[in-house]
Design a protein around this ligand. Structure first.
Ligand code: CMP
Length: 132
């Protein structure tokens, strides 16, 4: 069964959206097979966001992700990678459809509440980083 890594980012945790977000996954029939709440350090975030190093938003992204606790999960289900990305909506909340998590709850591109792996390769890599 396909697996993906999801992070509820510090703004999602701080705003009390964990229950709302998880209930959407569960209602969709997706299974949480691992879950932990942690304060992420720079080392793990540098690995996770390696592809964005050097981009204009990288430092803001690092500071934001280290600014509070995150809920990290592995979700399992049929086509879970594509499904979750559809449920999250576009990275930029302006482009995210209403009814998606970012469309309903986010108004900034950096503070966009949730992260999900974008491919099978990313999912394997990211699950190793957070749950090895
Ligand atoms: P995420 O899905 O976690 O992947 C990379 C993150 O970087 C993204 O969500 C946003 O939080 C952030 N991000 C991506 N593009 C931009 C951008 N153009 N400006 C600011 N932040 C961005």
């Amino acid at each position: 069964m396909e697996k993906t890594l999801v992070i509820i980012k510090p703004d999602g945790v701080e705003r009390g959206l964990i229950g709302e977000i998880i209930s959407r996954y569960e209602k969709k029939g997706l299974k949480i097979v691992a879950c932990k709440m942690i304060k992420a350090n720079r080392e793990i975030l540098e690995k996770h966001y390696a592809e964005h190093k050097g981009k204009s938003f990288y430092e803001d992204l690092m500071n934001y992700m280290m600014g509070g606790k995150v809920l990290v999960m592995v979700l399992e289900g049929n086509n879970v990678i594509q499904l979750i990305r559809k449920m999250h909506g576009s990275t930029n909340p302006i482009d995210a459809d209403m009814g998606t998590i970012r469309g309903d709850f986010a108004n900034k591109t950096t503070e966009n509440i949730v992260h999900a792996s974008d491919s099978k390769e990313s999912a394997e890599r990211e699950i190793m980083i957070w749950f090895s």
